[in-house]
Design a protein around this ligand. Structure first.
Ligand code: GLY
Length: 366
């Protein structure tokens, strides 16, 4: 069966790609974007391209390479959150040098959130910077990591602690690749989609409530991804370096990064974000900012989407240690982004450690 048909039957129709023109670089969302990628590179006279990919999506990378000039190299690397480290960046940089990549070349990174962060960082450093195009193949990468120019890797002390702001020159969300994503990864990617829907409120949230009972394979992913990217883009546009409103995108993330760190990245980012959103709600209730009714609505959505709300196997102190290393801490004090309502979120809220510890303890059970 031809792949287009297999994707259509999985509820991902071949509609015209959606173009998002809110950022200084184009963002294209759609299935089978080979022609769009080739046309973009041609329009910029970018003839020398190298593809970097996560080994797990090598098949997709080769399919996209076929639409580019003959001989376009594809360099594949085993990735994953535990390999999101400087040593992998060095391996990527060595491979670029070995492949003869120069400053006239463009790097096209193919993969999920780790690939986008790590390959984007490598492209930003190689010969002091070569243009980077992001081809996202996971929900987290599409709706979050691909746009906004945050690149980097984890350090032993915590997540995303080494990196640089460096915008891609274009982003392509290759929706057909979701069809080959393991079901669990597809589902857990929804943590970031829910986060954006809480920030936006209104139809963005109710649409997820309506879709929640459908099989994920039947979701209109192009529309959902595009809407989520628009919500993020509006916050990133005026605050590229995260000194103001962009911080709102960290809703649930201080807890999530602490949980990822404490579980040595056994929890995926999406799963940790889902638990982190519950934690942000619990903390906001304790601060008397958020009603129990709104929190129930959030928990009901996360439950219907079968996203995790707790984890039995983590050390509370480990989570607190990971949270303290978070970039969002200021002068050692933990500051949170917390909801006042679905659609109304506030940043920069300092909370005493004892309150944070009590909330983290609650995350061992539902
Ligand atoms: N992931 C949050 C941001 O890009 O600011």
């Amino acid at each position: 069966m031809n792949r287009r048909h297999s994707v259509e039957s999985a509820g991902m129709p071949c509609r015209a790609p959606l173009h998002i023109d809110m950022l200084p670089y184009p963002v294209v969302v759609g299935a089978f974007l080979e022609r769009e990628v080739a046309a973009f590179l041609n329009s910029r006279s970018m003839k020398r391209v190298v593809l970097l990919c996560d080994r797990r999506v090598e098949e997709h990378a080769y399919r996209y390479a076929e639409a580019l000039p003959k001989g376009t190299p594809v360099l594949a690397f085993p990735l994953g959150e535990r390999r999101k480290r400087l040593r992998t960046v060095e391996a990527v940089l060595d491979a670029l040098a070995e492949a003869g990549v120069d400053r006239q070349s463009t790097v096209l990174g193919v993969g999920g959130g780790v690939a986008g962060d790590l390959f984007g960082f490598a492209a930003a450093s190689y010969m002091r910077g070569v243009p980077f195009v992001n081809l996202a193949t996971s929900v987290v990468a599409m709706v979050d990591a691909s746009v906004g120019g945050k690149t980097g890797v984890d350090l032993a002390a915590g997540k995303n602690l080494a990196g640089a702001f460096c915008d891609p020159i274009a982003v392509f969300a290759a929706i057909e690749t979701l069809d080959t994503l393991p079901a669990r990864q597809l589902r857990e990617g929804l943590g970031e989609v829910v986060k954006h829907a809480i920030l936006e409120g209104g139809v963005a949230f109710t649409r997820l409530e309506e879709l929640a009972s459908l099989s994920l394979r039947a979701w209109p992913w192009d529309a959902i991804v595009a809407e989520s990217i628009r919500i993020k883009s509006a916050l990133v546009l005026d605050d590229r370096l995260e000194s103001g409103r962009r911080e709102l995108l960290n809703l649930g993330h201080t807890f999530a990064h602490g949980l990822e760190y404490a579980t040595d990245y056994r929890l995926s980012h999406g799963a940790a974000v889902s638990i982190g959103l519950r934690a942000a709600g619990l903390l906001a209730i304790r601060r008397k900012m958020f009603s129990r009714e709104e929190h129930r609505r959030l928990i009901s959505l996360l439950t219907q989407l079968k996203l995790p709300l707790h984890d039995e196997d983590f050390e509370t102190e480990g989570v607190l240690e990971g949270m303290a290393a978070d970039k969002k801490a200021r002068n050692g004090a933990l500051r949170f982004v917390l909801p006042r309502a679905i659609g109304e979120v506030e940043r920069g809220i300092a909370v005493p450690l004892s309150t944070v510890r009590a909330v983290v303890e609650r995350l061992h059970t539902v």
